[in-house]
Design a protein around this ligand. Structure first.
Ligand code: PLP
Length: 239
């Protein structure tokens, strides 16, 4: 795990790489949101990252996130869930997170919709897509996506803001690029379908992590989720 002292240097490097990749895709660095993935990272480190200008943090477990969220009531801080969510934790998650990136089934979407609805909120979500069809990963298959998006038109307390994917684990960026490109084209198809009430939806493409965020940005990512490159290697094997 990186120390607080090395955080500023890492942050600067990441920002420079994000800006460079954005330029390659003809966009400005501001078009790409960096979600600092703080799973396993202490509240103290999160606070240090916040002070360096990171305002959105990604967590993959509800309970771990809850402890940090309560410890860090900082103005403007945002928390997004990026890990698989069990339906029975939907109420808790809807209360804690500003956005759920990892909606991977209609059952979960329905549970989040009723949780948000009972608080009279509209909860922003992303649909997770298992682009490469890996059995180890959750997410909608590409050919299930249109059906899922159509079903979401009934769920008025959710706002589907876009798609999220996790690329296959490989060092070979040219194997990863087609996965990101396909997520972008799935997003374009969803927009073209012009589903009722969803004109402003589907803008976001959350793709790219420490290993592959530059390729993701070149392929149109609007959100990258960066953990290790910012906070250092995680020691926990569970995440
Ligand atoms: C852990 C995680 C990340 C961050 O991965 P790094 O390799 O640490 O950048 C991004 N997205 C998801 C869904 C994750 O679980």
């Amino acid at each position: 795990m990186a120390s607080i002292d090395t955080l500023a240097g890492r942050a600067e490097q990441i920002r420079a790489h994000v800006a460079e990749a954005a330029k390659h895709s003809g966009r400005s660095a501001e078009a790409v949101t960096i979600v600092a993935v703080s799973k396993t990272v202490s509240a103290e480190m999160v606070r240090a990252a916040f002070n360096l200008g990171f305002s959105t943090f990604g967590e993959n477990r509800v309970q771990e996130a809850r402890v940090k969220i309560e410890a860090l009531p900082l103005p403007g801080i945002r928390w997004e869930l990026i890990g698989h969510l069990q339906t029975n934790k939907a109420v808790r998650a809807a209360e804690l997170f500003q956005r759920i990136q990892s909606v991977d089934s209609l059952r979960l979407a329905e549970a989040l919709n009723s949780a948000a609805g009972s608080e009279e909120r509209v909860l922003p979500i992303l649909l997770e897509v298992n682009v490469a069809g890996e059995t180890s990963k959750s997410g909608f298959a590409p050919d299930e996506l249109m059906h899922a998006a159509t079903a979401l038109t009934r769920l008025a307390s959710l706002r589907p803001e876009g798609l999220m994917t996790i690329a296959p684990l490989t060092e070979d960026s040219e194997q990863i690029r087609p996965v990101f490109r396909q997520l972008g084209s799935l997003r374009d198809q969803l927009r073209q379908r012009r589903l009722p009430g969803m004109d402003d939806c589907w803008g976001e493409l959350s793709m790219g992590m420490s290993n592959d965020f530059e390729v993701a940005i070149e392929e149109g990512a609007t959100i990258v989720r960066i953990g290790r490159a910012l906070f250092g290697e995680r020691t926990s094997l569970e995440h």
